[in-house]
Design a protein around this ligand. Structure first.
Ligand code: SF4
Length: 576
């Protein structure tokens, strides 16, 4: 039955045939008559005529060119002989499960946008046709292996009458573990690295034939600029917008440059278009997302390329040459904050080296850019920072903290720390403890070091801190962080905080929760309050509202308070 199609369609047809699901193939088979030579010839002539009106070789060549930016609302016309009924019948369901960091969450939505455009339906049932998982940090990898074994068992129990279940793994760790996933464990059908999501429809088509399919090639320019992630929760008050991918910093412990590739920035115009779209959808808070957001550099237009490189923070260095040209992060932040004055703008994660004064001034001046900075320190010991290749000393970092606090009064600070890096002595560890005490962060992310293959540390350093010592040091760091964060957050007791309402608190239906400007969770009773936005009426807070809350108590992670009134970003800034 397949033979006539191959004869008629040739190489392009074979390519197309592989892209079709079983239902679409059945439809095409049914449309080519097979009874009687005359009838068959007429059928083939008819089909050839339709084929002549279909896409040309140029069409397929066009699809291999770099993606052109398209308007997000405009759906491409399907190929003429793939009618909507064929596409509709061919629709299969996909179930997406995400593990790990926010970049993985954002990648999930990019992949889903691509699959949706290819006719897939998303389901929240795990017994669906295709399942994709994103692999996380090492700590969670064992859970993923167990999950994959469970899914493989599910796949083997699938009835013959049902479409076969296909299992895929996407993301940066899929790239790192592809050999093990595909060949040793043989648990998945599809492996796609972080730059291969556009290839998912083809990979799925290959998997339909019963073969394993993989694409883990890293790209120098893929930013998915034209793929707008789909807002999956229509009531969401906040969203993440990816502005860049990859990283060039090569910190010695980090796998990101190897799994996510070289640093590249998304064109600013497409970022601003997405921020505007989110604003139109009612989203009240956007976080600009990337591995190293403040080294953003848009070189997509020739005229952007002559701009001078901004200086690094004082006392900081990089391992690469200064990159000249391109629209920089300060420009993006300025433009993004102008899209909607009632929309908060945050960003994560920055590198402490890329904080020119103009970025700090902009944060201070613009009422809708949150006064909150993530300044990942990783260690308080200059000796360990050098081994980590972070490009700064303890002293330079502390000087930057002072400069940030002078520039942005009341700024909320967060950081990352690694306990037990290669060669870390008790004295190095105590220096990290003292840095935590000295800076007094509001939010902290603390981990015990675990060595990753491919990294510089893996090749050049010894993972010589015993596991129990790492654990003990981590516990000590967490305890000191909590103590200091409780003090830092305690300074807000008695003061009012501007809170973006997210919805009911998880602990009690009688309480609401939201986040203040410093990104700290705030819990308060769901009571009536005055509408301070002009009407003077008595109202109840809704998700997406800005409300003023007077803080009555604080812990290391949460503030509690009472509602004062509903307000707006601008109005509250005017009374600050
Ligand atoms: S730790 Fe951050 S800055 Fe360093 S290489 Fe990894 S992603 Fe880049």
């Amino acid at each position: 039955m397949l033979l006539p199609f191959k004869h008629v369609l040739g190489a392009a047809g074979t390519f197309l045939w592989r892209r079709l699901s079983w239902a679409a193939r059945s439809e095409l088979r049914a449309r080519v008559p097979t009874r009687g030579r005359g009838e068959r010839n007429r059928g083939l002539e008819d089909f050839s005529a339709r084929l002549a009106a279909g896409p040309t070789l140029q069409h397929f060549l066009r699809n291999t060119s770099p993606p052109q930016e398209t308007h997000p609302q405009l759906e491409e016309e399907p190929e003429p002989y793939l009618t909507s009924s064929i596409l509709e019948e061919a629709r299969r369901k996909v179930y997406l499960e995400t593990y790990g960091c926010q970049m993985n969450v954002n990648d999930t939505e990019i992949a889903w946008a691509i699959l949706r455009k290819s006719g897939y339906l998303r389901t929240h049932h795990s017994t669906t046709d295709c399942r994709f998982s994103w692999l996380p940090r090492e700590k969670a990898e064992q859970a993923i292996w167990n999950r994959l074994r469970h899914l493989t068992a599910l796949k083997s129990k699938r009835l013959r009458s049902q479409a076969p279940l296909r299992i895929g793994i996407l993301g940066c760790m899929a790239e790192r573990l592809r050999e093990e996933i595909l060949h040793k464990e043989k648990l998945v059908d599809i492996v796609a690295g972080p730059d291969a999501y556009r290839d998912l429809p083809r990979l799925l088509a290959v998997a339909e034939t019963g073969q394993q399919a993989a694409n883990v090639l890293l790209s120098l320019d893929e930013t998915y600029a034209d793929v707008l992630p789909v807002q999956t929760s229509p009531d969401a008050t906040s969203a993440f917008v990816s502005i860049m991918r990859g990283c060039d910093n090569m910190c010695s412990y980090c796998i990101v440059p190897f799994t996510r590739g070289r640093e590249r920035s998304r064109p600013m115009a497409s970022i601003l278009r997405e921020v505007k779209l989110l604003s139109d959808q009612g989203v009240k808070e956007v976080t600009l997302l990337g591995q190293n957001v403040n080294s953003f550099r848009d070189t997509s237009e020739v005229q952007f390329r002559s701009a001078a490189a901004p200086g690094l923070s004082r006392g900081f260095s990089t391992i690469y040459k200064a990159k000249e040209g391109g629209l920089r992060f300060a420009h993006l932040l300025d433009q993004a904050s102008r899209v909607d004055p009632e929309m908060r703008i945050r960003f994560t994660s920055p590198h402490p080296k890329d904080f020119p004064d103009e970025v700090l001034q902009l944060i201070r001046e613009r009422h809708n850019i949150c006064k909150q900075l993530h300044l990942p320190a990783q260690s308080g010991s200059s000796r360990i920072l050098e081994a980590m290749r972070r490009g700064y000393t303890r002293e330079a970092y502390l000087e930057l903290i002072q400069h940030v606090r002078d520039s942005i009064p009341g700024v909320s600070l967060s950081s990352d720390f690694i306990a037990g890096f290669c060669g870390e002595t008790e004295d190095d560890h105590q220096q990290t403890v003292s840095l935590l005490r000295q800076v007094r962060y509001n939010v902290g992310f603390l981990f015990a070091y675990s060595m990753r293959q491919k990294t510089r540390a893996y090749h050049r350093l010894q993972d010589d801190v015993p596991a129990e010592v790492k654990r003990r040091r981590l516990e000590e760091l967490i305890s000191v962080f909590r103590e200091e964060a409780t003090r830092a957050n305690g300074a807000m007791v008695g003061r009012s905080q501007l809170v973006l309402v997210e919805g009911p608190s998880k602990r009690s239906a009688a309480e609401l929760c939201g986040r203040n400007d410093g990104n700290i969770r705030v819990i308060f009773p769901d009571t009536e309050m005055e509408d301070g936005t002009g009407s003077g009426a008595v109202v109840r807070a809704q998700p997406g509202d800005y409300v003023l809350v007077k803080v009555t108590s604080a812990s290391s992670q949460t503030l509690k308070g009472v509602l004062l009134r509903r307000t707006t970003l601008r109005e509250s800034a005017a009374h600050r």
